[in-house]
Design a protein around this ligand. Structure first.
Ligand code: GDP
Ligand code: MG
Length: 159
């Protein structure tokens, strides 16, 4: 693996805070609306980058809706690792559970970032079923709290 450039794919349910996380890491990140001729809908994609310890880190956001399985598959090609963003103000959802399970059996390095920890309704323990076997950290993508630290720790640990 060429560790000087890492492709990290950001998964998570709709509204979990994936775009906000990428924005917190890279304020110049881009949000792209992609139209697919086969389906009458728009897929929103985020792309951000940063440099950590001389490594170029590329962050690719994925769409959270179940029906965008195909897009998640395309965006995941060539990924080095994954981050699952979880909304701790909501209970564990099926998509997040399914993605965490798929990642845990895939062997890819991954982390669960427990987001919205600034919120009064935040309860990170809602996700203990999926954080058991994964590296996890509490973050707030809107305040920026712990976001850079969590990404650093994830990279330190696995790359
Ligand atoms: N309180 C709080 N709200 C957040 C946080 N991260 C995201 N949000 C809000 O959650 C909503 C969805 O965020 P977004 O980044 O668009 O989620 P995405 O659908 O996963 O890309 C927005 O209204 C954000 O402002 C956070 O850390 N704390
Ligand atoms: Mg988004």
């Amino acid at each position: 693996m060429d560790c000087s450039r890492l492709k990290i794919v950001i998964f998570g349910a709709y509204n979990a805070g994936k775009s906000s996380f990428i924005q917190a890491i890279d304020p110049e990140s881009h949000h792209v609306e992609a139209n697919n001729c086969d389906i009458p809908t728009t897929v929103g994609l985020d792309f951000g980058r940063t440099v950590i310890n001389n490594r170029k880190i590329y962050l690719f956001g994925t769409p959270g809706q179940e029906r965008f399985e195909f897009a998640r598959g395309i965006i995941s090609r060539g990924m080095d690792g994954a981050i699952v963003v979880a909304d701790t103000t909501r209970d564990l959802d099926g998509l997040t559970e399914q993605i965490c399970h798929a990642l845990s059996v895939s062997g890819y390095p991954y982390a669960v970032f427990l987001n919205k920890c600034d919120h009064p309704d935040s309860r990170p323990d809602r996700y203990c079923a999926v954080t058991g076997s994964a590296f996890s950290m509490e973050i707030s993508a809107v305040t920026g709290s712990n976001t850079t630290e969590a990404l650093h720790e994830f990279l330190e640990r696995y790359f």
